[in-house]
Ligand binder design. Structure first.
Ligand SMILES: NC(=O)c1ccc[n+]([C@@H]2O[C@H](COP(=O)([O-])OP(=O)(O)OC[C@H]3O[C@@H](n4cnc5c(N)ncnc54)[C@H](O)[C@@H]3O)[C@@H](O)[C@H]2O)c1
Length: 402
């Protein structure tokens, strides 16, 4: 492999495109591959199809310099990175079809000496499956190529910084693969690169998110216990956290997004008997959203009995966590959608979607508060911290906003 290896990036989404652009900015020649033609066309114009700070400028720069080009089918390179989706199916079993199909598509162009790295969040054993797929089709490559797993742990909104500065766990199918992959990441990562094996690296990623899920489930369970005990959960947690070795997270409407709400299932599906705590945490966080919906519905029905009319309910926040516009797997959105579907009159407030192209009717926070009878805080967006004091209205706070 040359000093500046050529790179193919399979998948040009939230992870693949910033990674491809960053690598290209270090003077390595990168070819980005995506099955979506419109994505390829957009990138080749030096533009981007996702929202991520500073990415547009970087992509524009590397595309016009000729260091990043996009296309729909793989080309020969020294290093192949795979960052395609890994969703789960209806039964919570991981869907590896994207990873296997991306692997199949590079197999014909692989040559001896190349390095193949899987970055997609994957169940334990996926790198091994990828290896088997490659060697079954191209047995002559066995022992002559390097294969590794290196998970991504970036925070959307800060991807370009975290891609460079976060530590990474890198696990090869053998030691030579691990070392080869570490040498490659040194081209663009300044965080520490920790060598391990592929299976451990796969589990590390899943456990990071299962750990967050478990800690949030604990906080969510406390919120339901405290509600019954008529204790302010926020005050109680703040006081418990004064203990030098206690650090309880904040409860909320549930857990959303495409990582924490998804990845623990990859452990549960493979280790069902051993992962009861991980599974229960997932179920508690799913249940918390149902609990919130019931609470709002009960308040609305009590209002109707008292006032002989349906209340207007303001849903404050739709995103899956504070200060972002991402609605994927969002529990707040699920609350708003369920109420609407069941015939309740709702107003939807999402400060991060004001001015965005959306088929939802987004109402400014102050208007919603003025017109609503019941105000339901579902996401602790920073904009909600500065609202005027709400008086003579029913408020329900599920995210510690008040
Ligand atoms: N987005 C995040 O914040 C984040 C963080 C950590 C890990 N991950 C993981 O990284 C992986 C990628 O996530 P993402 O958010 O970038 O997904 P994404 O949906 O934004 O992008 C994936 C891209 O892969 C393309 N693709 C699908 N099949 C392909 C194939 N066979 N060949 C080439 N391209 C193909 C899709 O068209 C899409 O553009 C997932 O496993 C995800 O769990 C994501």
């Amino acid at each position: 492999m040359s000093n500046k290896p050529s790179v193919v990036m399979m998948g040009l989404g939230y992870i693949g495109l910033p990674t491809a652009a960053l690598i290209a900015s270090r003077g390595l020649r990168v070819t980005g591959i995506d099955i979506r033609e419109n994505v390829v066309e957009t990138i080749n114009k030096g533009q981007i199809h996702i929202v991520e700070p500073d990415l547009d400028g970087l992509v524009h720069h590397v595309v016009h310099k000729g260091d990043l080009t996009a296309t729909t089918s793989p080309v020969k390179a020294d290093v192949y990175l795979i960052a395609v989706p890994t969703p789960f199916k209806d039964n919570h079993m991981p869907d590896l079809s994207y990873v296997l199909s991306a692997t199949k598509s590079i197999i014909p162009v692989l040559e001896k000496g190349v390095l193949v790295i899987l970055e997609s969040t994957s169940p334990v054993g996926t790198t091994r499956k990828m290896e088997e797929l490659i060697y079954t089709t191209r047995p002559e490559l066995k022992g002559h190529i390097y294969i590794a797993y290196c998970p991504e742990r970036v925070l959307p909104g800060n991807i370009l910084h975290e891609l460079q500065h976060n530590d990474r766990a890198i696990g090869g199918i053998d030691q030579a693969s691990t070392q080869k992959a570490i040498a490659f990441y040194k081209h663009f990562v300044s965080g520490q690169l920790h060598p391990t094996n592929a299976k451990t690296a796969e589990m590390v990623k899943l456990v990071e998110n299962a750990s967050r899920d478990n800690q949030i489930a604990f906080a969510n369970e406390l919120s339901m216990i405290c509600d019954k005990a008529e204790i302010n959960v926020w005050e109680m947690i703040a006081l418990a956290n004064k203990h030098p070795r206690v650090n309880i997270l904040n409860p909320g409407t549930g857990v959303g997004g495409h990582c924490i709400a998804v990845d623990p299932w990859f452990i549960v599906s493979e280790f069902p008997n051993e992962s009861t705590l991980i599974k229960t945490s997932r179920e508690r966080n799913v249940y918390k959203t149902q609990w919130v919906i019931e609470k709002v519905k009960n308040k609305a029905l009590a209002f109707k009995i008292e006032h002989d009319r349906d209340p207007i309910i303001a849903c404050m926040g739709l995103a899956f966590k504070p200060d972002i516009d991402d609605l994927r797997e969002s529990p707040a959105l699920q609350v708003a959608d369920t109420l609407k579907k069941e015939g309740f009159k709702t107003l939807e407030v999402e400060p991060n979607l004001v001015g965005a192209v959306t088929d939802r009717q987004i109402v400014p926070a102050n208007d919603a508060i003025l017109h609503a009878d019941i105000i339901v805080f579902l996401v602790a967006h920073k904009e909600f911290k500065h609202l005027p004091k709400i008086e003579h209205k029913i408020t329900l706070d599920f995210c510690g906003n008040l």
